[in-house]
Design a protein around this ligand. Structure first.
Ligand code: PGA
Length: 247
């Protein structure tokens, strides 16, 4: 595990975008696992800038997003498909057929989960998986539980996750109650993982994830077993880590 503590969110975003750009330079047909939420926004802005500066080419890149809300159409502004379009895909030369997100509208969520795992496998797995961290330690929408779930699955969102995500909706009631999320297999089989964490509110959960016991009640703790994990966290998020990792 490599921990990079940055001065602030801007630095975090730049550093993460540079590592993603490096991955694409080394392997132009990379399969990137992508995340949504507040944390990746700066990273997507930096990637867009690198593309505009001709420093990165997405034409052969494939993407697999971690999750989607059940019941949400891709043109619904609350959906993760819409988020990705607005914040990254529409700004770079990525081919829409190569951008994959679980469908929130699938008639059978179970069949959609199986289809997504097959897709991950057909694509040869993920080269680099970008992750944010939930306030409750979730990665993707793998919520705290008694067991880790390996496969892509349908999950009931915890109240803490719904409250945290209410800022993307006009009210808490509008936040969906269920989502489809990539499971731990898809994530942990990625060749490289980039966990990005910002803000003081995540500092204690980040310490638990990286240095606490590995337990499904803190889903991100499973990342301690990943052979190629890079954590990029800003000074605020690092404030509860052992002193050698603080800014
Ligand atoms: P955030 O969410 O980036 O909006 O804080 C992270 C997550 O829930 O995975």
């Amino acid at each position: 595990m490599k921990i990079i503590c940055t001065k602030d969110y801007e630095d975090l975003s730049r550093k993460a975008a540079e590592l993603i750009a490096e991955q694409i330079l080394l392997k132009p047909d990379s399969v990137l696992g992508l995340a949504t939420g507040g944390t990746p926004l700066g990273i997507y802005r930096c990637l867009t800038q690198l593309y505009r500066n001709d420093q990165i080419d997405f034409s052969s890149v494939t993407t697999l997003n971690l999750d989607e809300y059940v019941g949400m159409a891709p043109d619904n502004p609350g959906s993760y498909a819409y988020f990705m379009e607005q914040n990254l895909f529409s700004h770079v030369n990525i081919s829409p057929e190569r951008c994959h997100i679980p469908s929130g509208l699938a008639k059978s969520a179970d069949a959609e989960c199986r289809r997504y795992d097959q897709l991950i496998s057909v694509l040869g797995g993920i080269d680099l998986q970008l992750l944010g961290l939930g306030n409750n330690g979730h990665i993707g929408f793998n919520e705290p539980s008694d067991t880790f779930t390996a496969a892509t699955h349908c999950v009931a969102l915890s109240e803490s996750t719904r409250s945290a995500n209410a800022r993307f909706f006009s009210s808490l009631e509008e936040v969906p109650t269920q989502a489809i999320t990539m499971g731990m297999n898809g994530i942990m089989n990625a060749k490289q993982i980039l966990l990005c964490v910002s803000e003081t509110s995540k500092s204690e959960i980040l310490r638990e994830v990286l240095f606490g016991p590995v337990t499904p009640s803190v889903p991100g703790s499973v990342l301690q077993y990943h052979p190629n994990l890079t954590v990029i966290a800003d000074a605020d998020a690092c404030s509860c880590l052992p002193s050698e990792y603080r800014y």
